[in-house]
Design a protein around this ligand. Structure first.
Ligand code: SF4
Length: 281
């Protein structure tokens, strides 16, 4: 996913010395133990930009989008030499050790990537375990849901906040920016609205692709009546992840594109406020 610059605020505590009970996960369809493992790119124990408060962030491997500005290029492939396979129990042991710090700041856990919905069974089971331990859950997703089934519903039932990356409502510009149509993302957004699922939209302002008035109005019109979305987070483009493209042997196609000026961000903020949304950036 995309953020403003990761501030890895690691709290230097001897968390491993603490002892806690992990309550067993029990989902509504009867899953009591996870039989597989999640393929995890990396873990950030106390992230500050992927949801409210301090967050334990799991970056999942795998993404089917190809955003030109992606700063997690190394998460695209489902399997790489550096990925770790972790069980829910293994992840929860770490989460529990940070639980008090997460709670004290109004934080919790966030699943991001890559695209966490590509491993939605694992995320479902992880979130079920988190909720069994009264830990706030946040799903940071591009909305690329492959299946609309009981597993997705169960996952969403155990998700406190969805952070949905709506990259561009115009289908042609979306394809140019992301490499694939936005059909799945828009469908997922509508599904969240039908469920009245608490959600926040993330919108990356990319010069030449999403920084114009028309794109902002299209977004505003699309989400304006969605009462489940109260906030839009504006993320000015940056090229901090460009080096990862080179490490993966790819050319970074936005070289030379500068971050949008503050006036542009404020202008888009004003447009979206006109659709009744809170704007943060
Ligand atoms: S959705 Fe886009 S920005 Fe997020 S990981 Fe996939 S390619 Fe990168």
């Amino acid at each position: 996913m995309y953020n403003k610059g990761r501030l890895n605020t690691i709290i230097q505590v001897a968390h491993t010395m603490q002892t806690h009970t992990i309550h067993p996960a029990a989902s509504s369809d009867g899953h009591r133990h996870y039989h597989g493992k999640g393929i995890v790119h990396s873990i950030e124990s106390c992230g500050t930009v992927d949801g409210p408060g301090l967050r334990f962030v799991l970056f999942m491997q795998g993404c089917l989008m190809r955003c030109l500005y992606c700063h997690n290029r190394d998460t695209w492939d489902m399997r790489t030499d550096k990925a770790q396979e972790l069980s829910v129990d293994e992840v929860m042991k770490q989460v529990i050790s940070y639980r008090h710090y997460l709670r004290a700041t109004g934080g919790g856990v966030t699943a991001t990537g890559g695209e966490p919905l590509l491993q939605y069974e694992f995320i479902r089971d992880w979130f079920v375990a988190c909720k069994a331990n009264d830990i706030h859950t946040c799903l940071d997703t591009n909305g690329y849901a492959l299946h609309y089934d009981h597993i997705l519903d169960d996952l969403l039932d155990h998700t406190d906040l969805v952070m949905l990356d709506l990259k561009q409502v115009d289908p042609e510009i979306h394809k140019a920016l992301v490499g694939i149509p936005n059909t799945k993302t828009l469908k997922f957004a509508r599904y969240l609205a039908e469920r009245n699922q608490a959600a926040r939209v993330r919108y990356v302002i990319v010069p030449g692709y999403t920084d114009d008035d028309r794109s902002a109005h299209l977004l505003g019109e699309f989400i304006g009546d969605m009462e489940n979305i109260d906030t839009v987070e504006l993320l000015p483009y940056h090229e901090l992840g460009a080096h990862k493209w080179e490490l993966c042997g790819d050319a970074y196609k936005l070289t030379g594109v500068r971050p949008p000026p503050k006036e542009t961000v404020l202008h888009i903020k004003e447009i979206l406020e006109g659709y009744g949304k809170n704007i943060i950036y």
